[in-house]
Design a protein around this ligand. Sequence first.
Ligand code: HEM
Length: 587
Amino acid sequence: MPSILQIVGILIAAYCSTFIYCFVRNLYYASKSGLPMLVVPWDQNHFVWMVTAVALRPHLEKWLPKSIYKRLRLTIYGWEFHERGRPHKEYLGGKRTYMHVGLGRSEFWTSDAEVVWEVLRRPNDFHQLDLTDLFMARFGHNVLTTNGDRWARQRKVVASVINERISKAVFDESVRQTEGLMDEVYRSSSDTSDCAETNKLFDMMKKITIHVLSGAGMGATVSFSGDTLEKPKPGYKLNYIESVKSVIYNITGPMLLPQWLLANWPSTWPAAENMRTLSCAMREFPVHTKDMIEQERQRAAASKSAETRSNIMSQLLKASESEADMKGNALSEEEMIGNLFLFTIAGFDTTANTLSYALALLARYPAWQDWLLEEVDQIVPSTATAAELDYTTVYPKANRTVAFMLETLRLFTPLIHISKQTATAQTIQTSTGAYWIPPKTTCYVNTILLHLDPAVWRNLNIQPGEESSDDDETLFRPTRWLNPSGSAHVIFQPPRGSYVPWSTGPRVCPGMGMARVEFVTVMLMLLRRNRIQAVCLDGEDEKQAQLRLESRMRKSQSILTLQMEGIYDVKDATDGLSLRLVKRNRE
Ligand code: HEM
């Protein structure tokens, strides 16, 4: 009879041998592919490593030999943002496509625009990762979590939904919400009425984003302050917006816990209140969504005209029903709820963090803020009331603001990599040769490094008065997006596969237009009446405060999406990162 110790020993040996097996298989695949290989001593997707490695980093740096630590760093989640081109220069002779040989799945990495385009234009060969289901399919499969025909059927419906009518609704809702934000900032500030300091501006970007998604997405409008929030219906603990907020704020962690654990979370354990609310939210969110779909159906049936309301849900319902009429391809109720959940999740963190980086960049670079203010003053009349601002006259003129967004997304791309997986081996043909990609391989597009490719970005559209430099691609310079006057396009159109914050090809983000409208509107509304400044800490001058902001941005972490650390969920006045709004005199 083997002893318990022997059984434990055998189990540990069996577990360790899986790593050895993976490593040997990955080595074999990498050499068969003929691609350069980068050997790393661990697996970035090992669950325990994923949740502990970022916190362990300073200790590992202190205790491990430098040569090992430098490779191990390439398995710590988010390394692409911190390491940029270092591994390519040090280990890969500058090559942009290679096999990452570690102790987990076989991994193919690229930041070569031609290869990126090939991977992303072939969704039937490069599928969504299985892991996507864990976060995104909690309330039903949707356009992000499916592949093949099931994806194509849903995509057709979803792609037609975010149209110009939705853009107008997003514009109007963003105007309303940003007005509410400014009221709240000035009302709650103890400063003079001409300026207000707050460390809650980043939290407010999240709030605006949720409110725009609920208003323009589901027709569930609410004021910025929340004073028009409906009471939960009888039998419910939360209303729709409260349940959305709870689900969204917990998506990267607690939402993965089983429902029974959330419901029975002991009151003496940490975050008990949050867990109980989340448990209700998980139960009530799909019920609220179902109710709202049903109400929308009844509204549409009662209305004699074919005209529908301008929100994503009503458009989705209409598009799904017209598909049903034509080919019997309507979305099932599960798919409808799954997609409405996806719109909320996919549009939230990405847009909110892009707005947050833009605020930090405005405060970091006052000269770029002045450049933006020139445009704001030309296209947004100082005397116009919120109701008088019109999407069709204002938005198309906001070229500098769009350039500011595109540059923010180039350097602070919310998804630092786009990942796909192969089921069977694939070949990619490029102008420099063919690449063989093994079966069951995760293919990563390193968006951070892709967006720093000097061949595309260095000294692009240098304007009169600007100087060329040999690290220009690493600098924040929104003017690179503005083509010389007389060009066919005002905004620079990057070569295929070279700029992919919204991905590219058939699975390009369908919310791209919506995110652009929301970003531009929030910026225009904030800047038409205010300047944004960094707040100096004791003993700091303005320049030092700006450099502190830059270092905060440099230390960002990727938690589903890239974000600055410690700027959200501020508890008291000393927490987070403070910015100052200063009222502008536009007379
Ligand atoms: C700055 C804001 C945004 C960024 C950077 C962004 C980025 C992306 C990226 C990179 C993908 C591809 C993911 C993959 O293939 O794995 C994607 C897909 C998607 N996004 Fe966005 N997104 C943004 C805003 C939005 C908004 C506002 C919505 C909707 C309200 C939205 C809805 C979707 C959907 C439904 C998909 C799945 C498309 C498919 O697989 O066919 N996104 N997004």
